[in-house]
Design a protein around this ligand. Structure first.
Ligand SMILES: [Zn+2]
Length: 173
């Protein structure tokens, strides 16, 4: 996120000061506050039979690395609607949502995102990459975890999902 220098409303020079528990960029003239709220992203752990769908994107945040499919929530959309739409775009399959996994915050340099992660399944046998995605593949859950890395955001979500679904995963396939 490029730091704002001038107020978008009155063009005065912006200042930094503590406000509601954080240092924030504010305009002392008109009262504008740059809250820097994160953008919501919806993603999912998608099962096809007993394997997890991972995608590789050409998107600059994750160039060349595997991760969970998903994308930005559009205006007027719920996270549930967004994740179904994104999975269709990125993998050409219909996601049947089963449950919620958790939310994850990603904040570094110019990245300021809140991931909302669901899990579900697809019966689509014809996985095909689309949109920003250039590869789609299936991985056994443990293999998916190793591929994305336990410390990555996708890895944290996969770990939480494994804990959450221990013992029930087999029943939904
Ligand atoms: Zn101002």
């Amino acid at each position: 996120m490029r730091e704002l220098k001038y107020c978008p409303h009155c063009r005065s020079k912006l200042k930094q000061r503590p406000l509601e528990g954080m240092n924030r960029i504010v305009c002392n003239r008109c009262g504008f506050i740059e809250w820097e709220n994160p953008s919501p992203v919806a993603a999912a752990i998608v099962l096809l039979r007993d394997e997890v769908v991972l995608v590789r994107t050409s998107y600059h945040l994750s160039e060349g690395t595997w991760g969970l499919p998903g994308g930005y929530v559009e205006r007027g959309e719920t996270a549930e609607q967004a994740v179904v739409r994104e999975i269709k775009e990125e993998t050409n399959t219909d996601l049947e949502l089963i449950g919620f996994v958790g939310t994850y915050s990603l904040r570094k340099k110019d990245i300021n995102l809140l991931y909302v992660v669901f899990w579900g399944r697809t019966r689509g046998e014809k996985l095909r990459p689309g949109g920003d995605v250039h590869s789609v593949d299936l991985f056994a859950p443990e293999e998916a975890l190793n591929t994305v890395g336990e410390t990555s955001l996708s890895g944290q979500a996969i770990l939480d999902w494994m804990r959450l679904t221990q013992g029930v995963r087999r029943d939904v396939q």
